[in-house]
Design a protein around this ligand. Sequence first.
Ligand SMILES: Cc1cc2nc3c(=O)[nH]c(=O)nc-3n(C[C@H](O)[C@H](O)[C@H](O)COP(=O)(O)O)c2cc1C
Length: 241
Amino acid sequence: MSDDADTPAPPPLSRETAHAFLRGRRSVRRYRPGRPPDAVLHRIFCSVAMAPSAHNRQPWRFFVIRDRALAARLATAMGERLAADRRRDGDPEEAIAQDVARAFARITGAPVVILVALTMAEMDTYPDAARGAAEHLMAVQSTAMATQNLLLAAHAEGLGTCWMCAPMFCPDAVRSVVPVPSDWELQGLVTLGRPAAPGRDKPRKALPEFVRLGPVATGADDPDADSAWTDSTAADTEPRA
Ligand SMILES: Cc1cc2nc3c(=O)[nH]c(=O)nc-3n(C[C@H](O)[C@H](O)[C@H](O)COP(=O)(O)O)c2cc1C
């Protein structure tokens, strides 16, 4: 292999900057007034488009709500459904009212609300249920990858976001208000806007709780040992809130 092939292309950001950026995103649940211009939304969705996806089918779909009156109708419809579900669970009325009011405030307090969905229209089909379920799961995974790009691209614009799961629990309520195409399967929504305050730090698991490093060969038997990669940086510090 030539020297050129051995040398990784320089990253567009320094390592420290890239890691600090990734670790700096927080869920934001209160926003200042003011809708980001469409040019900003366009930039964000150009980055969403670059997410990886199973077979590169890009099954994600997004419906961008930029009208607070429509967001309020959506929040009301979802809130009615949430209240009905929780009443069936036997929860106290006061707790239900609080929960519904909190979700309503979060959704209507955002200048932009983005419904996240997937479509199976271009995914593979199988005659058996097991492979069909795996294919569907790959569409879910791909859509989550795209949504993470959305959160990070918004973060790059200085905007805050919060992923909310509510539409998964009441797709009919969403459809009663927002004209989403019939093949779109709702996965959640993302609120977006300029943060009214920084998002709160949430605790993180220590790495040994979620990473297992497999063994390596010793000495000359390890063709992948590379002492050039053992340098340390500020990005080595574990992000524990
Ligand atoms: C699939 C998914 C569903 C979520 N649903 C909600 C939600 O319904 N309401 C909410 O306030 N936050 C929701 N969140 C945000 C999480 O609470 C948040 O990401 C987590 O607490 C870590 O905080 P951070 O995003 O600030 O790092 C959701 C996040 C994900 C990935």
